[in-house]
Structure formats: structure tokens, C-alpha cells
Design a protein around this ligand. Structure first.
Ligand SMILES: *Cc1c(COP(=O)(O)O)cnc(C)c1O
Length: 398
């Protein structure tokens, strides 16, 4: 293998997404190779010893590292502007490692209450089993973060925009409180995508992605990514990943590595389509509430203007008639399919109250803004006029 094409920071983000991290084998392949191997052989016993001592650079075993996975990690780190990146088998493996690895029994975690269902489970149910105290706060209330801090607070965790109500949190302000408290701020950046929001520049310590979403972008592979400073990522987090074993398959890493090359094209176009659909929905008589990060009437429009460079590819809106009205609309969609996934080239619609947020009590759902008439729409790469035509005939059935 030749040395990595070390892509200089002066190159534009699009260029880094095509070239960063590339390692060519002796065959000089144009496209990055897929190293579908569990392990690596050594020239001699002493070399094996050197690998284990970390004095001989190279690969050992797939649970620890893999050349294709390493290319994805380096490319993503170069795009995000992070010192280090580690890939995981799923987005939830990334979130769990980022939140669990830095804490010990007796520590305390503060998180925004509006979280992706499984993320909330990790904070609310899982951490306390191991003696880690947790506090959920209303994320938009900056004072609530400050008040939640205890002497043993080690991690702040938030998602912005949140799922499914697209609530946007002031990352810079929350990062300041975390820093003063000596805690690290972990940001789940899935809904914003790495294209439209840069949490590390806003003061966050760790960024996590479900690469399953926009990074794959075509509904194929599960994956996760954790990015941040070398000391953090290659310390507790790497140790946690290596020993507990949520390694990303090299095949999935290869799919995502190639997907990164087209990320700005895909996500840029999806966001453009989402803006057209959201404008149309806002002007339509049936939806009573349309939430879109690109609209000036978004409750946190002022924060969005400061912190995001694009609107995300998701729209949330409310139809009259509660659950029955929402079901009538979903069942009438023809082109847009019902799925809890998002970030796909195919537009997908979901009724959060009965799927992704089903396990919460009606009171908790109400506090999260997940009403019975709320639907979440993930916009894909279809022509926006076809999506609008599909929504028009579906809304007529509500
Ligand atoms: C999907 C998602 C996750 C979990 O990712 P998986 O790849 O499904 O494990 C975490 N956070 C957010 C915001 C998500 O949308």
C-alpha cells in the first residue's frame, strides 16, 4: 500500500469527500478497494509482536481496524474537520459508545428530552442501570442546562434538529455551559447532516452520525460514525469499541466511503426539494402546522440562521383528525412510501406517535410535541412536482 493521499486542509470540502483517506494497493486501483478480510498475516513472528505493541504500523484484526473502514474514517474526519473518527456497525453503536465510554458509576449525564427513541432509552433506562445518574431537560431552555449541572456531570448529549419535531438547540450556548462544568458535549448531527451543521466549530466535543441515513443515502447499509479530538476518540471511546466489538463491516464501509463522494450533490438536492415541498405544504389549507428548518416561522429561526447552512431534508406537519386523519393520509400516498427510515433517495413518510415514539406515554409524547396528527416526511431525490402531486391527492383524503 502506498501512503495515504493526505489531503491538505486547503482543499474544498467537496474535493476532500472524493479524495481524502484514499489508500491505494500495489495494483493502483482508481476506486477504493474493498478489503473483505477478517485478519492480516505477518511476515514473521517479530512483526506480529510489533503490531500488538503498536510499534509496527499496520492492521491486525477486523474488530480493531480494517483498511476500507480506515479510509472511510479518514475521509469523514477530513470532511468534518475532526482530528479523529471511528466507524461503528450502527448509529446506535456510535451514540452508545460516545455516551457510555466517558462515564463511570457515580457520574451524571444531562440530555435534551427531545431525542431519537433509542437515544432516549440509552440515557433514561440504560445508563441508570450502571449507576450513572441522568437528567433530561427541555433543550431549548438554556437555563435548564445550567441548572441541571452537578459536580459529577461528565456528559451533555443533544440532537439538533430533533426527531421528529425539528426543534433546534443553541449548540454554542450549550457547549459553553458544558465547558464550564467540565463536561463533554456530544451532538447527534443526523438530521442536520455534516453538510449543513458543524457542531465541532460551535464548541461540541464529539459528533455522532447514523451513517445509515444521509451518508449511505440510498437505504442499503447500517453504520455509525463518532468524530472529535484525538484524545477523546482514541482514548476511552476507541477502547470501548475495540473490546465491546460493534465493528462496521468492511462492505458497509466501502458503500459509505463511495457514498461520501456524492453527499453534497444528493443532500443539497434533497434539501432543495424539501424546501419546495415545505413551501407548498405551508400554502396548503389542510396541514395545520408545518415545521421546516428553512422557514422563517420556525420557532428557532434565529438560531438556525446562526448555526445551520441548510434546512435539512425533513419536514414535519400536522393533519386534522388526529391518528385517523394521519392514517388516511399515509395510506393514500402512492409514490411516497411509509417507512420509519430517513435520508434515503426515496421519499418516506411516518406517523411518529404510533411507530418511532410509540413506547412513550401520551403525556411524554405531548411534551415532545408528538401529537396524534403529526407526520414526518423525509424528502428524497424524486422530482418535487411528483412529490407534491402525491401529497395533494393524499391530503384530499384527510
Ligand atoms: C437513525 C438514528 C439513530 C440510530 O441510527 P441506527 O443507524 O439506526 O442505529 C440515532 N439518532 C438519530 C437522530 C437517528 O435518526
Amino acid at each position: 500500500m502506498s501512503a495515504s493521499d493526505n489531503v491538505a486542509a486547503r482543499l474544498h470540502p467537496e474535493t476532500r469527500l472524493v479524495h481524502a483517506g484514499t489508500m491505494r494497493s500495489q495494483f493502483g486501483e482508481t476506486s477504493e478497494a474493498l478489503f473483505l478480510t477478517q485478519g492480516h498475516v505477518y511476515d514473521n513472528a517479530a512483526q506480529a509482536e510489533g503490531r500488538f505493541l503498536n510499534t509496527d504500523p499496520g492492521f491486525q484484526y477486523g474488530r480493531l481496524s480494517n483498511p476500507t473502514v480506515a479510509m472511510l474514517e479518514e475521509r469523514m474526519a477530513a470532511f468534518e474537520g475532526a482530528e479523529a473518527c471511528r466507524a461503528t456497525a450502527t448509529g446506535m453503536a456510535a451514540v452508545t459508545a460516545a455516551v457510555m465510554a466517558p462515564v463511570r458509576a457515580g457520574d451524571h449525564v444531562v440530555a435534551a428530552s427531545a431525542l431519537f427513541g433509542s437515544c432516549r432509552y440509552i440515557v433514561e433506562d440504560h445508563l441508570p442501570r450502571y449507576g450513572v445518574e441522568t437528567t433530561l431537560v427541555e433543550g431549548t431552555d438554556i437555563e435548564a442546562w445550567r441548572k441541571a449541572v452537578r459536580p459529577n456531570t461528565k456528559v451533555f448529549f443533544l440532537e439538533s434538529p430533533s426527531n421528529p419535531t425539528l426543534e433546534v438547540l443553541d449548540i454554542a450556548a450549550i457547549a459553553k455551559i458544558a465547558k464550564a462544568a467540565g463536561a463533554i458535549l456530544v451532538v447527534d448531527n443526523v438530521f442536520a447532516t455534516p453538510l449543513f451543521q458543524r457542531p465541532l466549530d460551535l464548541g461540541a466535543d464529539v459528533v455522532v452520525y447514523s451513517a445509515t441515513k444521509h451518508i449511505d443515502g440510498q437505504g442499503r447499509c447500517l453504520g455509525g460514525l463518532i468524530l472529535g479530538a484525538k484524545a477523546l476518540i482514541e482514548g476511552d471511546i476507541q477502547q470501548y469499541l475495540r473490546q465491546t466489538g460493534p465493528a462496521l463491516s468492511p462492505f458497509n464501509a466501502w458503500v459509505m466511503l463511495k457514498s461520501l463522494e456524492t453527499l453534497p450533490l444528493r443532500v443539497g438536492k434533497q434539501a432543495e426539494n424539501a424546501a419546495k415541498v415545505a413551501d407548498w405544504l405551508a400554502a396548503h389549507a389542510v396541514p395545520s402546522r408545518v415545521i421546516f428548518c428553512g422557514h422563517s416561522n420556525h420557532p428557532q429561526a434565529e438560531i438556525i440562521a446562526r448555526q445551520m447552512s441548510g434546512p435539512s431534508t425533513l419536514i414535519a406537519f400536522e393533519v386534522p383528525g388526529g391518528k385517523a386523519g394521519a392514517y388516511r393520509m399515509l395510506d393514500a400516498c402512492r409514490l411516497i412510501r411509509i417507512s420509519n427510515n430517513l435520508g434515503d433517495a426515496k421519499s418516506l413518510i411516518v406517523h411518529p406517535a404510533t411507530t418511532t415514539h410509540q413506547r412513550f406515554t401520551p403525556e411524554v409524547r405531548a411534551a415532545m410535541g408528538v401529537t396524534d396528527g403529526l407526520v414526518r416526511l423525509s424528502i428524497g431525490l424524486e422530482h418535487p412536482d411528483d412529490l407534491i402531486a402525491d401529497l395533494e391527492q393524499a391530503l384530499a383524503k384527510v
